[in-house]
Design a protein around this ligand. Structure first.
Ligand SMILES: [Zn+2]
Length: 198
């Protein structure tokens, strides 16, 4: 691989860190970018730079936006008494695409995993409890149907029990092992509407 030069080598190494891209697809992506330098590579580099400079993590919900609090937290038309807890911003995006939820979100920043050393302290749990204590009536647990997601949901259910808040979770329609981001909007919408109390 010494024939391709350090700049391209570095580009490939960085691309290979992206989810879903192994070394092979990273090489193909790098080559494609180099072939489309003006049409794709330079606009992409600019977009990356702009996003890196402008995007903030919302101090309230953990969403990504150009402002903190984010547009969803600032939107007074959204129901403040219902909180939908998701693992990741991608799940928030999936729910927004489905357009089923008009309350507010809380992004945990991951799911509990003993294997990966993800403990409750590494997730945005303290801020969730603070928000719940501040006049929330229903918490919807919208975790992925994975082992980690379900472990997290059980943990949150236990942790929220003392607050007396109503806790619901997404119903049927989320297949075992399913991640919200991969569900079509109809399935997600059905799972949301049929959520059940815990
Ligand atoms: Zn927010």
């Amino acid at each position: 691989m010494s024939t391709i030069g350090p700049e391209i080598e570095r580009l490939i190494q960085l691309l290979a860190k992206l989810p879903g891209l192994g070394p092979r697809s990273a090489r193909r992506a790098a080559l494609d970018l180099l072939k489309k330098r003006e049409a794709l590579m330079q606009p992409l580099a600019l977009a990356l730079q702009d996003a890196a400079a402008a995007i903030k993590t919302c101090e309230i919900c953990g969403n990504l936006d150009t402002a903190s609090p984010c547009a969803l937290c600032r939107d007074s038309r959204r129901e403040g008494s219902i909180l939908c807890v998701v693992e990741d911003v991608a799940d928030l995006w999936a729910l927004e695409r489905a357009g089923v939820f008009k309350g507010r979100y809380h992004v945990l920043g991951g799911a509990l995993s003993a294997l990966d050393g993800i403990t409750p302290e590494r997730l945005n749990v303290t801020s969730l409890l603070a928000r719940v204590a501040d006049g929330v009536e229903e918490v919807i647990l919208a975790m992925n149907a994975t082992v980690e997601g379900q472990t997290t949901a059980h943990y949150l259910l236990d942790t929220l029990a003392a607050s007396g808040v109503k806790v619901t979770r997404l119903a049927h329609g989320v297949p075992v092992g399913g991640e919200l981001d991969y569900l079509d909007e109809g399935t997600l919408s059905a799972a949301f509407k049929a959520r059940r109390a815990l």
